[in-house]
Design a protein around this ligand. Sequence first.
Ligand code: PRP
Length: 206
Amino acid sequence: MTDTLDIALPKGRLGEKVVKLLGEAGMGCELGEDSRKLVLESGDGSLRFFWVKPADVPIYVERGAADAGVAGKDVLLELGADVYELLDLGLGKCRMCVAGSPGALERPGVLRVATKFVNIATRHFQSRGRAIDIIKLNGSIELAPILGLSDVIVDIVETGTTLRENNLAVLEEIMPISARLIANKAAFRFKHEKVEALCAALSRIL
Ligand code: PRP
């Protein structure tokens, strides 16, 4: 293990907010997302940041390629990642929901559910005792009920605009979602001071 604390950050909107937060906490560095560089170091070399796909952050952290990271609760639950969840950063707040046309849940028989979140959706409908046919998609999930590919979707709702503009509605709320600071279990033990310092600096400004 090196002395540097390696941190996996999610590319995109959430990542930009995290960088701002790290800057406010005095732990940032020049993390221009315009740059195609995937690895960046803080001025004093004590922190190293990686830009990764949001859904991959828990994989890097669980396997120890990164000591810590920032991941959405949605991604953590979907992957069932074996990592420590240290802090709710209160960023990227949204809701995991079942959505569709009003009345879609009342349809008899096996419910066709389109989603990126296969495990979350399966668990949700299992807890309701409802038989489902899962259709795994990778994006633009809202198209599925519009085109008759599915009866409902399980997806993230943030502002609700996508649903509204496509004449769909939230039918059930599964859980609130936000971004979490996570740590690799071994790093938490062997780099405890550094992980604690990161956690403390972020807690102070939340
Ligand atoms: C996410 C999500 C919804 C949308 C919700 O999609 O899957 O489609 O945002 O946001 P809203 O409630 O503010 O409209 P994303 O933009 O990540 O693209 P995707 O279609 O690739 O999933």
